[in-house]
Design a protein around this ligand. Sequence first.
Ligand code: DGJ
Length: 735
Amino acid sequence: MNIKYNKEEQTFHLYNEKISYVMKVLLHGEIGHLYYGERLYGDSFAHMYYQKHYPSVSVYREVSGYSMSGMRQEYSSFGGTDFSVGSYTIRQANGSKLSEFEFQSFKVLEDKPKIPNLPSSSGKSLTLEIKLVDQLTKVSMYLYYTIFADSSVIARSTRFVNKSLSPLYLEHALSAQLDFDENDFNLVQLDGAWARERNITKRQIEQGRTIIESTLGASGHIQNPLMVLTKGNADEYQGQVYAMTLVYSGSFIGTVDVASHKRTRLSMGIHPLNFEWKLDDEFWTPEAILNYSSCGISNLTHEFHSFVRNNIMKLKPSFKRTKFLTNNWEATYFNFNGPQIIEIAKEAKKCGCEMFVLDDGWFGKRNDDTSSLGDWQVNEQKLQMSMATLSREIKDIGLDFGIWIEPEMISKESDLYKIHPELAIQTPNRRMSVGRKQFVLDFSNMDIVKSIFNQLTKVLDDIDFDYIKWDMNRNITEAYSVSLTPDCQGEFYHRYIMGVYRLYEMLYERYPNVIIEGCAGGGGRFDLGILAYSSQIWTSDDTDPVERLKTQFGTSILYPLASMVNHVSAVKNHQTGRVTSLDYKAAVAFFGNFGYEINFLELSDKEKIQIAKQMKFYDEYQDVFLKGKFYRLESPFEADSNLVSMMSVYNETSVVGIYTNLYQTNAPVRRVKLKGLDAKAQYHCSDGNTYYGSELMNIGYLVINATCGTSVFDFEHTGESDFSSTIIVLKKYKI
Ligand code: DGJ
């Protein structure tokens, strides 16, 4: 990787073996964008820069005949000759919002700067810092571009520094924009709702504005902070694809603006709604991650997965599987006591589980969701023992111990709220909305974060624990903080999420070896910001495998399988009432971070044997799931959503999951064309056959009927029926 500056023509070229990113300083010191894509060769690019001005729409600056209208830029502003929405706005003392930043200098940094109070990527890289200054306000703007060794990713962020004494306000400050000359793109986005997160939607980009966003105070269930632009007829396996995401967990906006003459602008950052930052020192935007693939979304996914694993999920460098855990949520919900938990744990241990995670309901007077959040005192009466005893008992069984918390919340019905109602987020003299009978604590106020930390440590210090599940079950309304002055209320949402990150840091400082699972009413805060702190996130509250196939397919576009917590739950699913076998459930859950959420006391002996085999299987192939290259083969979002398949390839071993949801009588021949194999190599297949990679990839693996194929462990039913799955393992043995 390298960063070159051509002084004569003022062009910057960031490149590695995979990509190039080229910019040029323009006439008035603006930074123009030339290119992001496959590696370019050569040192001179100015001649490639097209500076056409469109007389019918343009207004020219001064006498130069120079207009930004239609020009591709790196970080543009509104108010001058570019009529499109820009990336930032600074309101000045006289009310003006116009800025004219001009290039001053640059530096190439070998150590990637850390963004204060926010998570950001790290790893072997070079960073270009470009300094621009607005002469009138004396504000400096630093644009950061990081290129990594052997990755198609470019990480970007912007820092504003105000050295003047005048009060300035950042009204919006996005993380990055990426401009194109063409507009023949489709937008692939991940959207949904609670229990239906990150489904894949594709829509055509037209002239005008296309938006994805969250205004919830969290990245949210509704739209995930990922935008993938596919060019022309690009699809899963071919064509040019560009993507942008954020290392951020708060409200966000992502836009695609197509101006006249087709110029397309992809942008992302903090949502400007209710955002305003008093710039009396400096402000860093969250980091944006840009990615590019010249051969479809699948390759983009591979680039994303290795980047997220290596450069974002810093807490889990080895990618060994998490100990097999069972969580008692779907096993007991709120109805449990200590002795019963111990019995479930013993049974789970016999089947091969290695950790027990005690979910919601162990504190205050919490026997349902109506009370006690904020009262982090162990309910010994309910448990019939202390938490220290319970955790020790679990340890004595030979299991690790994990515990659920929801630190950002306060129940209306809680001692904390009775004494300190002011801790809950509220706007003075306005009504307070309740969600799941709870309010959100004002985490923009660091004193409140610290006091919750102190409460939690009183419980945690006393027990022997290895794992925390951090939940967050409602979004923010009536946003306001009494700790902020009226002119700083626009900082609330951003400060809130910085409070969340700070609590993560405080917990790790105190308990350095703990694993924290992220969760937000299922997958309501599944983003790279949380992944920098939680190396695994509960994917969805919907544990029905048919539904999960969709959520896992969507999630996998950006997020590695290692980040997705997948649990096998009761055969009759609690969310959908659908009955699917334990093996079908496992065959879906394998493609992630595998575990259980089931009452082991209610399982038959046969089911316990099945479960033990599942863990043995996952243990053997954990590297394939956690470190492999993942391929979406037959998508549940395609025309025949009934037939789904996926696979993961790690070194010599591949695991393929083939699913038939509704059984079809007299079904047509089904061949699943595999990917990522060595065409010339021969593979032993767990079905007893040997195949050439080329056969499996070009002719396809033959699925004779819905349940054909020999699994590596016995399936409960091998006859024809709904919801059947086949798992095959391929081992390369001869080239
Ligand atoms: C929502 C989570 O997603 C569930 O897994 C569970 O922990 C409940 N909250 C507990 O209230």
